[in-house]
Write a protein that binds this ligand. Structure first.
Ligand code: PMV
Length: 321
């Protein structure tokens, strides 16, 4: 079995697709994939969350529901890297809400690639794990920046720019502060939101580039605030980042209501996280304000949870063997 963490994007989602920087941190909600060699002649992939199964022969042909095609692409990428395809049964389970911006597709992709290659006695590492899991992300997201599978593989907190080595970030969150993850319950497609934002940006790039540039500057300032533990500045930057995401058209009425409510009730910062158009928002607040905030915000949300962030990356658990 292998597992990989989900994530929240603290700053820079969407802007990262066009090569600007973003900051992501891992969360304690993980995806788990178990893989066992099977007597049957082919491959069976089961998703507990969707309650569906896919069947493939060793030429990767068969009957696979759309939601499981990511795993077929991962097997194809592994075959290209010289891994033989062996009959097996894989069980995939994500312990985070799906299509909510918390990284479930990336963490299941990373966990599957790791569990399958561990079965071969040669678990993927480093760049190989990132490249193979990105093939899964392409099926799920179209034009992924690579930030989601990178944070799922590495864990911790990272600053990411497309095409460059991700850098680990020192995240000093002083005691007495909490991040809340607020799920609007509105499901949306990352692929559609990303395509929309790209169309908006490209239709008036002379102005939009200033928005993208501002988002990148926010990342620069946020890195300093994370290092020094300056939560007041970090929070203010979150509000501005939300405004920029709204400007490129990826917010949603519920997300805006959550951010407004957070501002009204004393949160240090709030923004949408991930692709937007629904999914989740994050809030930074003093611990003492959390109870009141959660109550005020709950009418716009299906859940408000305190996040445990900056956790371990992808791992293999051999104990079930
Ligand atoms: O899948 P989500 O909702 O976590 O969004 C991923 C982040 C985006 O920046 C919107 C897309 C990307 O590939 O970076």
């Amino acid at each position: 079995e292998a597992s990989a963490p989900g994530k929240i994007i603290l700053f820079g989602e969407h802007f990262v697709v066009k090569g600007y920087r973003a900051i992501a941190t891992s969360t304690s909600l993980r995806a788990r994939v178990s893989v066992e060699e099977a007597g049957e002649p082919g491959i069976v992939i089961e998703s507990e969350n969707f309650n569906i199964k896919g069947y493939l022969n060793l030429n990767l042909e068969g009957n696979v529901p759309r939601e499981l095609l990511v795993y077929v692409e991962i097997l194809r990428a592994l075959r290209e890297r010289g891994f033989s395809l062996i009959p097996h049964r894989a069980r995939v389970k994500s312990h985070m809400p799906i299509s909510a911006g918390l990284g479930s597709s990336a963490s299941t992709s990373v966990a599957y690639a790791l569990a399958y290659t561990a079965l071969h006695g040669d678990p993927l590492k480093g760049r190989d794990l990132l490249e193979v899991s990105l093939e899964g992300e392409k099926v799920a997201h179209g034009r992924p920046s690579g930030i989601d599978n990178t944070i799922a593989a590495l864990g911790g907190t990272i600053v990411y720019r497309r095409g460059e080595e991700p850098l680990k970030v020192e995240a000093n969150i002083p005691g007495g502060y909490a991040f809340l993850i607020v799920d609007t319950g509105v499901k949306r497609s990352t692929r559609d939101a990303v395509e929309y934002a790209l169309r908006v940006a490209e239709s008036f790039w002379e102005i939009a580039s200033l928005i993208y540039e501002a988002a990148d500057r926010i990342v620069g300032e946020a890195l300093k605030a994370l290092k020094t533990g300056d939560m007041k500045t970090l929070g203010s930057l979150m509000y501005v980042n939300h405004g920029l995401l709204n400007a490129i058209g990826v917010s949603h009425g519920k997300l805006d209501a959550i951010v407004d409510e957070a501002r009204k009730h004393g949160a240090l910062g709030a923004k949408l996280t991930g692709a937007g158009w629904g999914g989740c928002a994050i809030i930074l607040a003093a611990e003492t304000a959390v109870g009141d905030l959660a109550e005020k915000i709950s009418r716009h949300a299906v859940s408000v949870e305190k996040a445990k962030i900056n956790v371990e990356g992808a791992t293999i658990d051999y104990s079930s063997l």
